[in-house]
Design a protein around this ligand. Structure first.
Ligand code: SF4
Ligand code: SF4
Length: 506
C-alpha cells in the first residue's frame, strides 16, 4: 500500500517512550473545512460570519452557562501535569498542544479573557487571551487532533474531561461557520437518507440480499438479513460500515448467524440504518437528537419489542448514555430488556443460557487479542455489573477462540489507548495524525505479539476497525489482522436443525 511520503511513521521499540516536546510539530495538520452546503444542512452558517468573534464568544458563554461540567473543567485545572503524557496524539507527535492540558488551554485562555474578572483586567497574569484569527486557526487544528477518547480524564485528579472541551470548541466553530467537512457531510447524509454512507433503501436491500446468498453458499443455511420487517421482535441498529466494509461485514454476518441460531426475529430499518451518531463528535445536541429520533421512529413504525446496537463504539456511548434522554421514553418496548442492548450482551446472554453451541476450535488458526474501544471502555457499560464492558466482550471472544491474550494492563480496560481515528478524525486528510496517534496501541500490540505471536486483534467499534485496517501496514502488521468480535463468534457457531427459541431470562 502506498504511503504518503511527507511524514515518518514512529518506530516501535521495547517499550513506549515519552517523546521530546516539539512545539508546532503538528501545526500543519487540519481537516478540510466544511462546504456551505454541509454547514447549512445542519443549521449552521455556510461560511465564516463577519462578526465571528462576537458570535463565538457569545456561544462560549452560552455553553458554559448551560453546562456546569464545562465551567468546572475550564476553571479547575491546577497545571499538575498528570495528563501531559496520557494522550496518544502527544505520544505520537510530541506537539505540546496535543497534551490534554495544552489543548484545553486553547479554549481556557479565551474563556478567562471574556468570562473571568482577572482575565478581563489582568489578562497576561492569568494566561487570558483575546479570540483572534490565529487562536481560531489553532482551535481548528488542535481540536481536530483530539479523538475525544477521554483517556486523559482518567488520570486527571480533577477528572477534567478534555473530550467535553473539544466538543464545545467544535460546536463554537460550527456556529461561526467553520465546521469540519468529514463530520458535517456525514451527518447531513443521515438526516437525508438514514445512514452515513448515503445508501438509499434499494441499495441496502440489494446488499442484504447479496449477504443472504453469500452465507447460504458458505454454510448451506438460509440465514436471513431482514429489512423493514414489521412485527419483528428486534430492531438491529448497526454502523453502516457493517453493510460493506471489511472486516465489519463479517461482524454483521456473525450477528445474523447468532439471531438465526437463537431463533430470534429481527430486522434492520432503512429509516434508521445507522448506529453511528456523529452529532456527538461535533458537540451538537440538536444534531445528535435528530439522528437518535430516527431510531425511535423506526422502532415505532416497525412495532419492535427490543432495540439492539451492533458493534460501534461511540454509537454505544450515545445509545447507552443518551438515547433515552434524546429520544425516549421507550416505554412501548419490552421492559424485560434494557434499551438499548448491545449485540455483545445479547450473544453473552445466549451463551450463558445455553442457546448457542460454539466450537472454539474453528478459530484455532487464530491467536487473538482485544482492543477496548474508548467510548465503550470509558463512557458506558455492558451487562448489569461494573466493568461488564471489559468482561463481556472477552467472555464472548474466549468462548469463540482457544487462544486469547490481553495486551499490557496499562493499555487496556479503562486505560485503553484510542485507535487514533475516533472522534470524527477518520478521514484521509488526517492520515499523518491517525498513523502517529496509533503509536501507543501499535506498541502494545507489538508487545503482546512478541510474547504470544498474535495473529488477530478483535474490536467492537466500526471506527477502530477502519482505522486499524489503514494504519496496521505502517507498523508492519497486515490490514486483515483486525477482525470483528462477531466474526469470531459467527465462524465458531455450530448450526443445528433445532435453533433455540431465543428467550433470554433476565
Ligand atoms: S480526550 Fe483523548 S485525544 Fe483528547 S486530549 Fe484527552 S487523551 Fe487526547
Ligand atoms: S491532569 Fe488535570 S489538573 Fe492536571 S494539568 Fe492535566 S487537566 Fe490540569
Amino acid at each position: 500500500m502506498a504511503k504518503p511520503k511527507d511524514f515518518t511513521t514512529p518506530e516501535l521499540g521495547d517499550y513506549l517512550r515519552v517523546p521530546a516536546v516539539t512545539p508546532d510539530s503538528m501545526v500543519h495538520s487540519q481537516p478540510f473545512v466544511a462546504k456551505p452546503v454541509h454547514q447549512e444542512n445542519l443549521g449552521y452558517p455556510g461560511e465564516l460570519v463577519d462578526n465571528w468573534q462576537e458570535v463565538a464568544v457569545a456561544k462560549l458563554g452560552e455553553l458554559v452557562n448551560g453546562s456546569r461540567g464545562l465551567q468546572v473543567y475550564l476553571d479547575s485545572c491546577v497545571k499538575c501535569g498528570a495528563c501531559t503524557d496520557k494522550c496518544h496524539y502527544f505520544l505520537g507527535t510530541g506537539d505540546p498542544k496535543n497534551m490534554p492540558v495544552g489543548r484545553q488551554d486553547l479554549l481556557r485562555k479565551v474563556y478567562r479573557r471574556y468570562y473571568t474578572l482577572a482575565g478581563r483586567y489582568l489578562p497576561k497574569l492569568v494566561g487570558a487571551e483575546d479570540l483572534t484569527e490565529e487562536v481560531l486557526d489553532d482551535w481548528y487544528r488542535y481540536f481536530h487532533q483530539c479523538s475525544q477518547c477521554r483517556r486523559c480524564s482518567v488520570y486527571c485528579p480533577y477528572g477534567i474531561d478534555t473530550a467535553e472541551v473539544s466538543m464545545a470548541a467544535r460546536e463554537i466553530m460550527d456556529s461561526v461557520g467553520k465546521g469540519q467537512k468529514y463530520c458535517n457531510e456525514i451527518i447531513g447524509k443521515v438526516h437525508k437518507l438514514g445512514n452515513n454512507l448515503g445508501l438509499p433503501e434499494p441499495a441496502l436491500a440489494d446488499t442484504l440480499e447479496g449477504l443472504e446468498e453469500d452465507v447460504e453458499e458458505e454454510t448451506g443455511i438460509d440465514v436471513r438479513f431482514p429489512l423493514d420487517v414489521k412485527g419483528a421482535d428486534i430492531l438491529l441498529v448497526t454502523p453502516s460500515a457493517d453493510f460493506f466494509a471489511e472486516p465489519h461485514i463479517d461482524g454483521l454476518i456473525g450477528y445474523a448467524k447468532v439471531f438465526h441460531q437463537a431463533g430470534l426475529s429481527w430486522t434492520i430499518s432503512s429509516h434508521a440504518s445507522e448506529a453511528a451518531n456523529f452529532g456527538l463528535f461535533i458537540g451538537s445536541h440538536d444534531n445528535m437528537q435528530k439522528v437518535a429520533v430516527r431510531i425511535r421512529e423506526a422502532a415505532l413504525e416497525l412495532g419492535v419489542k427490543r432495540i439492539v446496537f451492533g458493534e460501534c463504539g461511540h454509537a454505544w456511548r450515545v445509545g447507552y448514555s443518551f438515547l433515552n434522554t434524546l429520544a425516549g421514553p421507550f416505554d412501548f418496548l419490552d421492559s424485560n430488556y434494557p434499551v438499548p442492548q448491545h449485540i455483545v450482551e445479547v450473544t453473552h446472554d445466549l451463551l450463558q443460557q445455553g442457546c448457542l453451541k460454539i466450537d472454539p476450535q474453528a478459530n484455532d488458526d487464530k491467536r487473538v487479542t482485544f482492543h477496548d474501544s474508548c467510548n465503550v471502555a470509558r463512557a458506558s457499560r455492558m451487562g448489569d455489573s461494573p466493568g461488564g464492558q471489559f468482561t463481556l466482550p472477552r467472555d464472548v471472544i474466549k468462548a469463540s477462540c482457544n487462544h486469547f491474550f490481553d495486551m499490557p494492563s496499562n493499555t487496556i480496560g479503562e486505560a485503553t489507548f484510542c485507535c487514533g481515528g475516533g472522534g470524527g478524525l477518520l478521514t484521509d486528510d488526517l492520515v499523518e495524525l491517525r498513523v502517529k496517534g496509533a503509536l501507543p496501541r501499535m506498541q502494545a500490540l507489538k508487545e503482546v505479539n512478541d510474547q504470544h505471536q498474535i495473529t488477530h486483534m478483535a474490536a467492537i467499534c466500526a471506527i477502530c476497525k477502519s482505522q486499524f485496517s489503514k494504519v496496521f501496514p505502517y507498523y508492519g502488521f497486515q490490514m486483515d489482522q483486525i477482525v470483528s468480535v462477531h466474526q469470531l463468534v459467527g465462524d465458531a457457531l455450530v448450526f443445528n436443525s433445532d435453533p433455540g427459541n431465543g428467550r433470554i431470562s433476565q
